[in-house]
Structures are given as C-alpha cells and as structure tokens.
Design a protein around this ligand. Structure first.
Ligand code: NAD
Length: 478
C-alpha cells in the first residue's frame, strides 16, 4: 500500500505532522498517517463549497448516479487491494473483509445510484375557491442538497460505514469532507484514488486524516462552513459532536453505540440459537455495533444453551485482534471488572497465547460470563469486544423488560419457533432493528439506526436520502 494522503480539491497532499499506523495483528508499525491541521480542514471545506458552485453543483441526478456507478466499478477493479488494506488496518479475518466489508462498500454506491435515480417527487392539487384564476393551486416538492457535509466514521467497518454515508450524500448532490478513523485510514485513501480516477469534479469529495478530539474531527464538526454532520461512533463522542454542532445549529445524523440483547425462548431451535449467538457476539471479535453483549434465555433451556455457547466460544480459533493496544486494555479491564462484580466466567476471560507473531498483537479471548445482576457495569456498559453475559428469564414480559433495561437501543435478536410470539415481542423491544431467528441480515433499502443513546435518525434507503437533502415545497396558483 502506498502512503496515506489527504485529498483536497482533487489534489493529494501529505501536509501535516505524521503519526504512526500500528498493525493490530502483531503490534508493528506499518507506516505513518498525516495529521490534518485546522488549515487543511478549512481548505477541504472551502473546496467543497466551491464544488457546489461549480460543475458538481450543476450535475444532474443522472450524472451523479453515473459517477456513483463508476466509483463502484473502480473499487471492484481493485478489490484485492481494498481487501488487503482493510485486513491490514483492522486485523479482521480476510474472509470477513472479502465477503462483507468491500462488497458492501461497492453495493452502497450501486444502491444509492438506483435509489436516487428512481426517487419520486410528490405533487398535490389544492382547491382554493375564491382565489383568482382556476381556483386551484399546484403544490410540488423538490429536494435540495444540504451543502457541505462532514462524514466522520469509526474503525470497525471502515470502508463500509464511510461509503454508507458518502454514497447517499453524493447521490443527493452534496459535497463531502470525510474523516475516517485515525486507526483505519487505508481504504479511505484507496477510495480517494478511485474517486480521483473517475474524475469526480474537484472538491465534491475531500478526505482529511487525523484524530478526533482537539484535532481534525473537531476542526471539521465545529467548522462554520459545514452544513450537516453524519457521524458513526461512540455515544460519548456523539455528545461531544452535538455540543460542537450546537454553535451553528448544524443538522446531525448519529449512529452510536449499543449493548444489544438477544432473547432466546425455550421454543427456539437451540442449535440455531447457539450458532446465531456465536456469530452475533463474536463476529469481528465483537467489534460490530450490532453485536450481542446481553443474552437472555428462558429458564428451561438456560443451562443447556449456556453450556453449548461456552463450548462453542472455547472452540473459536480463527478470530482477529482488538483494533489497538488501548482498546485491548479497555476490553481486558471489563474482563477483570466482570470477575470483581461476581461473574462466573464460562469461557475465555483472558489473552490467548499463540506462540507466534500474533502474541505481539492485540488479541483477547472470546468470553462468556453469567451470574451478574442487571445493574452490574459489565451488563450496562458497551464493551465492544468478544464478550456476552447470559442470564435467565421466566416469561415473555420479563424478557421484554430485561431487553429494554438499557440506556442503549440499537439492535436486538429474538430466537423463537413461535411466529405469533415473534410478532408480539419484536415491536415491544426498544431498538431500531429487531432480527427474528437471524442476525445482521441487511437489505440496504430498510431503515438502520438506533433509539435512546444509540443514535439520532435513520440511514438506509430513502432515510439517508431524506437526511442528505432538504424538501422545498413550491406552491403555484394556476
Ligand atoms: P469513536 O467515537 O471513538 O470515533 C469515531 C470517529 O469519531 C473517529 O473518526 C474519531 O476520530 C472521531 N472523533 C472522536 N472524537 C471526536 C470529536 N470530539 N469530534 C469529532 N470527531 C471525533 O468510535 P470508534 O471507537 O471509532 O468506534 C466504535 C464505536 O462506534 C462503538 O461505540 C460502536 O458501537 C460505534 N458504532 C456504531 C455503529 C452504528 O451504526 N450505530 C456502527 C459502528 C460503530
């Protein structure tokens, strides 16, 4: 992989002091990343504004969609490079990057090309007796882009989550200044190369690298020239960004943290529920916002389910590391806290020993615990690692109460063989997404997002296009 670069007004630059890029796989330094100064962020915002006043602002929806399709083709043409970069930055298994991250990033551009090209606009004939003319008015709505949009994304699904915002923002006609996570700058840099190669008008997409607080992220979210902020990351960061955005009343779209429950009823197919929970708790070593960290199991099957889940967790071998030493230390501090709080550790709870270079990386064991009260910090706070707490429940009402007893509300999973129960329980769970007998099954047209501390607004399908544009009603007396 070539070096990391900012991309501002169609030009690649490395201005700014550099910080090291560390491999989570073995702790080695892989390279350096330039840290954007306030001046670089300012130049990116000004370039985005100018793009809106130039050829990009004048582009038709057909032209914008054509660019999106060419970007998708461009990523596809360099597929292996993108996969390798995502694996190197995150340490996730190659298979995950090759079947989820990069294909989904490509799909994001194609889906938003389709969705925005086919988007209907509304019109109403309004009877206005007593007004001159025909006594009728025509109301119709057009959608205008918001303007300069700041996109701030996290490290867990770097390209997938970045493009999930960049694609609809561009489709709706905005100009973008994107700041990927400082931990995972590589695929964003490759995306800038693809965008440059398809000759998107300069300034329509800008990329700045750097940290968040007191750095590029904050320079961007507090910039008076930014018309909207689309952010995915921790809830605490969301609060900080909200404070920065308050000065300019900047509109926000937030996808934040979670402490997602799974509810397993005794009538579920137990093997499927166990395998589903292995995936939902341990995929990408628990570093997906949708991962399950709380499992509630109906008492008659509690012992059998918990024993199988722990056995499967102990069997897991091909898993990736935590993203950084700091995050590994945070996850391990929760492993220790769980024990202090009185948990029984049924699987994992420590650091694996591989006897090879991985011992220098940031690995932790897949961990299953039980026996904690609902007010234990380990049960309430997002760990964002491969750990789940399993607790029993006695009836449907208790299952719903326990699932909802959280400051978060991103996603939930219900395992049951009773379809009526599924329809009864799912809408009562306080979450933006409820899966029944599956997990992380995504249709890009559906709404995606969280309630409570898990977010503001929805992404996906028309929901993203709604956020990234403003309806203007035009009323003509006819
Ligand atoms: P984070 O909040 O630490 O960082 C996310 C991004 O925000 C990074 O680019 C970072 O540099 C930037 N940032 C940090 N402080 C900032 C500030 N003060 N101003 C502006 N920008 C700032 O999150 P993370 O550790 O990268 O990601 C993990 C978190 O993201 C978890 O909480 C996870 O649940 C959440 N997440 C949510 C979703 C979702 O869709 N709801 C998806 C993925 C991850």
């Amino acid at each position: 992989m070539r070096g990391m670069k900012h991309y501002v007004n169609g030009v690649f630059t490395t201005t700014g002091t550099a910080f090291p890029l560390i491999s989570p796989l073995d702790g080695s330094q892989r390279g350096t990343v330039p840290e954007a100064t306030r001046e670089i962020v300012d130049a990116a915002v000004r370039a985005a504004r100018a793009a809106l006043e130039g050829p990009w602002g004048a582009a038709s929806v057909e032209e914008r969609c054509a660019y999106l399709r060419r970007i998708a083709d461009g990523i596809e043409a360099r597929f292996d490079e993108f996969v390798a970069a995502e694996v190197a930055d995150t340490g996730k298994p190659r298979d995950l990057a090759a079947t989820v991250d990069i294909p989904r990033a490509i799909a994001n551009f194609r889906a938003y090309a389709d969705l925005s090209y086919g988007r209907p606009e509304r019109a109403y004939h309004t009877r206005v007796p007593g007004w001159s003319g025909s006594g009728e008015a025509l109301n119709y709505t057009v959608r205008r882009p918001l303007g300069v949009v700041a996109v701030i994304s996290p490290w867990n699904l770097p390209l997938l989550l970045l493009t999930w915002k960049v694609a609809p923002a561009l489709a709706a006609g905005n100009a973008v200044v994107a700041k990927p996570s400082e931990e995972t700058p590589s695929t964003a840099t490759l995306l800038a190369e693809v965008i440059d190669a398809v000759r998107l008008p300069p300034g329509a997409f800008n990329l700045v690298h750097g940290h968040g607080a007191n750095a590029a992220g904050e320079f961007l979210t507090g910039h008076p020239g930014v018309d909207a902020i689309a952010f995915t990351g921790e809830s605490a960061t969301g609060s900080a960004i909200m404070r920065a955005a308050a000065d300019h009343v900047t509109p926000l779209s937030f996808e934040l943290g979670g402490k997602n429950p799974a509810v397993v009823f005794a009538d579920a197919d137990l093997d499927e529920a166990v395998e589903g929970t292995v995936r939902s708790s341990f995929t990408h070593s628990g570093q997906i916002c949708l991962c399950t960290e709380r499992v509630y199991v109906e008492r008659p099957v509690f012992a059998a389910f918990t024993a199988k889940l722990a056995e499967r967790a102990r069997e897991l071998k091909d898993y990736g590391p935590m993203i950084s030493a700091g995050h590994r230390d945070k996850v391990l501090s929760y492993y220790r806290l769980a024990v202090e709080e009185g948990a029984d550790v049924l699987a994992g709870g420590g650091v694996p020993a591989f006897g090879d270079a991985r011992d220098g990386g940031f690995y932790v064991e897949p961990t299953v615990i039980t026996g904690l009260p609902e007010d234990a910090r380990t049960v309430r706070e997002e760990v964002f690692g491969p750990i789940c707490h399993v607790a029993p429940f006695d009836d449907e009402a208790e299952a719903i109460r326990l699932a909802n007893d959280s400051p978060y509300g991103l996603a939930a999973t219900v395992w049951t063989g009773d379809l009526s129960r599924a329809h009864r329980v799912a809408p009562k769970i306080e979450a933006g997404i409820v899966w029944v007998n599956c997990w992380n099954l995504r249709d890009l047209r559906t709404p995606f997002g969280g309630v409570k501390a898990s977010g503001i607004g929805r992404e996906g399908g028309e929901y993203s296009l709604d956020f990234f544009s403003e309806p203007v009603n035009i009323c003509v007396l006819i």
